[in-house]
Design a protein around this ligand. Structure first.
Ligand code: HEC
Length: 717
C-alpha cells in the first residue's frame, strides 16, 4: 500500500540525514563565524555592479539582467573533470525543489518545499538557521504545480520570502527572525506565491499564481524597511463598472469581451519572470495565462485579452505602465509568458541593440528591443502546430486554422506545459548562446461538454481529454518516445539552434553557464552534468540519486569556486505525467549539493524501490458513473494524483490506496479532509457525495486495469 511505501521512504530519508550529519565539515578548516560580519548587506550599488563581485550570487538570476552567466572560470572545460562533492545538506522536506539559492557574504539562503528557508554556511554547509513560515498544508489545494518555492531575495540585511499562502515575509539575515510580514493577496482567494521576489531601490517586488483556479493577476511593490505597500500593477482589467485603476487597464479592457471578472478574475498572474534595466529605469515582468484557459469561454467573441501572455515594461518606482509585447494574443492554450526573461546587449545587423529575450511556453524564441518593446525577431525553438510563424510586421503569430479547437479537438504542440517552462535558461556572452531546457510534446485540446465555473478548484475550461491517456497500454507506450526533453543551445542573433543534447526525461533542470566555457544542468533521471558551452560536449557528471529540476549557481569564497544545486523531484510534470516520469525509479531526496575542485565527497547509498501494489475492491459502478468519475477526477484530482490516476509517486498512487475499499473512509479524506495537514485538502465544497463515489469507482477501474496489465506483464510493478 502506498502508505507503507511512503513510511519506508521516510525511514530512508532519516538515514541519509544521519549519515550526512556525520560527515559535515567537509570543506576543510572551520569557517569564520559569518554572523560576526554584516550579512546580506546588498544595496543598489552592489547589485547594479554584481559583475564586479562574481564571487556572490546576490539575486535570482545573479544580476538584474538575469543572464545566469558567471564570470568565474577556475572551474572550466579543462578542470571540471576534477569537480567533486564538497558538502551536502538535507532539506528534510518531501515535495518539489525548484529554488535558486542566494549566496552573499559567506552565507547561502536556500528554500525548499512549503516555502521553508535554510541559511547555511556557504563554505561548509553548516546550518545557521531555518525558517518555516508554517503554511497551512491545506493551501496545497490552490497550487497548480506542487508546493514549490523558487527562492528568496536579499537587501540591506534582510531576506525576503514569498510564502505559498501569499504572505511576503522579511527575515533578519543573521538570525532568521521575522522583521515584518504582510498578506499580499486576499487570503480567501486561490492565490499562491511560488516565485522569488526581486528588490529594486528598496522596493520588494512580488507577484503571485493561481490563474488555473480563478484570480486576477497583479504585481506589488513593498517598502523593504517597513513592509508598506508602495504600488500595485494589475495585469488584466477588473469589472469595468467599478472603474479602472489606470489608463493601461482602460486600454486593456477594450481587448476583452463578456464578463470575465465573474469567472475568477481573468488570470494573468505574474508568477515568475522579472528583469530590470537600471539604465533605462525599466522593470520587465512576464504575465501568465487566462482564467479559464479557453478564450471562447473567457472572452466570448474573441479579443487579444491584454495583458495575458505578455511581457510588460513598468517604472520600478511607481509601477507605471511603459510598454508591452503580447506573445500569444487571445491565449487559449495556457501559453504563459512568465518564462525567464534575459536582458543582453547584442550586435544585430551591425548595430548594438539592447535586447530582451524570452522563450515562453508557446514555442517561439523572442528577441525584443527592450527600450520600446519592438519585436526584432521570433523563431520557433521546437516544432509548433498552433502557428506557422510570427509575422514581424504585425508582431503577431499566424495561427493554424483549427488550432483554437473551436469545433473539433486539435493536437497542440507545445502542450500546456510549454516548450519551455519556469526552468531558467542562461545566456553566455562569450559564446553568444542561450541554453534552454526544452520540453517537446503536445496535448489534445477540445471544447468542454458543459463548463461551469467552480470556485476554489482548477477551471481550465477544456475537455477532459486533456487529462487522459489512451486506455490501451500499447498506445501509451507509443506516446512515450513522443514526450521529449532536451538541452538546446540557441543563437539569438541567427535564431537558430547551435547544438542540442537529447535527454531521457522531459522535465529537466534549469541551466547555468560560466566564463569557463561550461553549461551545467541537472536531469530528470538524476544526473548533474557539465557540458562545454561552445559545443555541448559532456565533460563531467555526478549521480545525484534523485530527479533534478532546479537550476545550479556558482560562487567563490577565499579563492575557491563552488558550484551548487538544489536537487529533488517535483513540479507540474512530476505530478501529472506519472505514466512517463523517469525519476520514478529514483527516490525523491530534497537536498543541496555543493561541489568544488578536488573534493571527493560521496552520498550515502539509497535502497529504494517504487513498489506500488494494487488490490482494489470489486467494481460495481455503471459505465455512466465511470464516465462521470473520469470527468470529475480530471477536473479536480488529476493535477496532483496524475493522468488516469497514475501517480508520479510524489503523492500517493490512488490505485494502491487502502481507502478505495470503503466509501466512508474515502469520503473522510476526499470530502472532509482527514489528511489536510499532510497536503490533501477537503474537497467537500466542490465534490458532492455522488461525485466522490463516481471518482472512487473510476480509480477502482484504473486500479483493475493496472492489475490486469501486471498479470500480463505489460507494465513493471
Ligand atoms: C493539491 C493536490 C491534491 C489534489 C488536487 C488532490 N489530492 Fe489527494 N492527496 C494529496 C496529497 C499530498 C496526499 C497525501 C497525503 C499524505 O501524505 O497522507 C493525498 C492523498 C489522498 C488520498 C489518500 C491516499 C492514501 O492511501 O494515503 C486519497 C484517497 C486522495 N488523496 C484522493 C483524492 C481525490 C479523490 C482527489 C480529487 C477529488 C484528490 N485527492 C485531489 C494531494 C492532492
Amino acid at each position: 500500500m502506498s502508505r507503507l511505501h511512503r513510511n519506508a521512504g521516510r525511514g530512508v530519508g532519516l538515514m541519509i540525514f544521519v549519515a550526512l550529519a556525520a560527515c559535515q565539515g567537509h570543506g576543510g578548516a572551520p569557517a569564520e563565524n559569518p554572523t560576526r560580519r554584516a550579512l546580506a548587506a546588498v544595496d543598489a550599488a552592489r547589485l547594479t555592479a554584481a559583475d564586479s563581485e562574481p564571487g556572490s550570487w546576490m539575486s535570482y538570476g545573479r544580476t538584474y539582467s538575469e543572464q545566469r552567466y558567471s564570470p568565474l572560470a577556475r572551474v572550466n572545460d579543462k578542470t571540471v573533470a576534477d569537480l567533486g562533492l564538497a558538502w551536502s545538506h538535507d532539506f528534510g522536506t518531501e515535495r518539489g525543489i525548484e529554488a535558486t539559492s542566494i549566496v552573499v557574504d559567506g552565507v547561502m539562503y536556500a528554500t525548499s518545499a512549503w516555502s521553508i528557508v535554510h541559511a547555511l554556511d556557504a563554505r561548509t554547509g553548516k546550518p545557521l538557521w531555518r525558517y518555516d513560515p508554517g503554511v497551512a498544508k491545506a493551501k496545497a489545494k490552490h497550487t497548480c504545480c506542487d508546493v514549490v518555492n523558487r527562492g528568496v531575495a536579499v537587501w540591506e540585511g534582510q531576506v525576503f520570502l514569498g510564502a505559498l499562502d501569499g504572505r511576503l515575509i522579511a527575515l533578519d539575515a543573521a538570525t532568521g527572525a521575522v522583521n515584518w510580514e504582510v498578506a499580499t493577496v486576499d487570503a480567501a482567494l486561490p492565490y499562491t506565491i511560488t516565485g522569488a521576489p526581486r528588490v529594486i531601490r528598496g522596493k520588494v517586488l512580488i507577484g503571485n499564481g493561481g490563474a488555473e483556479f480563478g484570480v486576477r493577476g497583479f504585481l506589488s511593490a513593498y517598502d523593504a524597511k517597513t513592509g508598506k505597500l508602495v504600488w500595485r500593477f494589475y495585469t488584466v482589467p477588473g469589472d469595468p463598472a467599478l472603474g479602472f485603476e489606470n489608463q493601461a487597464m482602460a486600454m486593456a479592457a477594450k481587448t476583452w469581451n463578456g464578463t470575465w471578472w465573474e469567472l475568477g478574475g481573468g488570470g494573468g498572474t505574474v508568477w515568475d519572470a522579472m528583469a530590470h534595466d537600471p539604465e533605462l529605469d525599466l522593470l520587465y515582468i512576464g504575465v501568465g495565462n487566462g482564467t479559464p484557459w479557453n478564450r471562447e469561454i473567457r472572452s466570448p467573441g474573441g479579443g487579444d485579452n491584454l495583458f495575458l501572455s505578455s511581457i510588460v515594461a513598468l517604472r520600478p518606482d511607481t509601477g507605471e505602465y511603459v510598454w508591452h509585447y503580447q506573445t500569444t494574443p487571445g491565449e487559449t492554450w495556457d501559453y504563459t509568458a512568465t518564462q525567464h526573461i534575459i536582458l543582453a546587449d547584442l550586435e544585430l545587423d551591425g548595430k548594438p541593440r539592447k535586447v530582451l529575450m524570452q522563450a515562453p511556453k508557446n514555442g517561439f524564441f523572442y528577441v525584443l528591443d527592450r527600450t520600446d518593446g519592438t519585436l526584432l525577431s521570433a523563431e520557433n525553438y521546437i516544432g509548433v502546430t498552433w502557428a506557422t510563424h510570427v509575422d514581424l510586421k504585425t508582431g503577431r503569430p499566424v495561427e493554424v486554422p483549427g488550432a483554437r479547437y473551436e469545433d473539433k479537438p486539435f493536437l497542440v504542440v507545445p502542450s500546456y506545459l510549454g516548450g519551455h517552462n519556469w526552468h531558467p535558461m542562461s545566456f553566455n556572452p562569450d559564446t553568444g548562446l542561450v541554453y534552454i531546457p526544452v520540453l517537446d510534446f503536445g496535448a489534445n485540446y477540445a471544447q468542454p461538454e458543459n463548463f461551469r465555473y467552480r470556485p476554489g478548484i482548477s477551471n481550465v475550461g477544456t475537455h477532459g481529454i486533456l487529462g487522459s491517456l489512451p486506455d490501451s497500454q500499447a498506445e501509451r507506450n507509443a506516446l512515450r518516445p513522443l514526450i521529449k526533453g532536451r538541452l538546446v543551445a540557441w543563437d539569438p542573433k541567427t535564431q537558430k539552434e547551435a547544438w542540442r543534447v537529447e535527454h531521457k526525461g522531459s522535465w529537466n533542470g534549469g541551466t547555468l553557464t560560466t566564463a569557463g566555457n561550461l553549461v551545467f544542468q541537472g536531469t530528470a533521471d538524476g544526473s548533474f552534468v557539465a557540458y562545454s558551452a561552445d559545443e555541448g560536449k559532456p565533460l563531467w557528471s555526478f549521480p545525484a540519486q534523485t530527479g533534478i529540476v532546479a537550476p545550479p549557481i556558482t560562487y567563490e569564497i577565499d579563492g575557491e569556486q563552488y558550484v551548487s544545486l538544489n536537487v529533488g523531484w517535483g513540479g507540474a510534470f512530476a505530478l501529472v505525467f506519472g505514466e512517463f516520469v523517469q525519476a520514478k525509479s529514483l527516490p525523491n531526496v530534497s537536498r543541496v549539493l555543493t561541489f568544488k575542485l578536488g573534493a571527493r565527497g560521496e552520498l550515502p547509498a539509497v535502497d529504494w524501490k517504487p513498489a506500488v501494489h494494487f488490490s482494489p475492491p470489486q467494481q460495481t459502478a455503471s459505465a455512466e458513473t465511470l464516465q462521470k468519475g473520469f470527468a470529475e477526477y480530471s477536473d479536480v484530482c488529476m493535477g496532483c494524483h496524475g493522468l488516469n490516476a497514475v501517480s508520479g509517486l510524489l503523492i500517493p498512487d490512488l490505485r494502491g490506496s487502502g481507502f478505495l475499499h470503503d466509501q466512508a473512509a474515502w469520503d473522510s479524506v476526499v470530502r472532509d479532509g482527514a489528511l489536510r495537514d499532510r497536503g490533501m485538502a477537503a474537497f467537500g465544497d466542490q465534490v458532492s457525495p455522488e461525485e466522490s463515489r463516481a471518482i472512487r469507482a473510476y480509480v477502482i477501474q484504473q486500479a483493475w486495469r493496472a492489475v490486469d496489465l501486471q498479470k500480463n506483464a505489460e507494465v513493471a510493478p
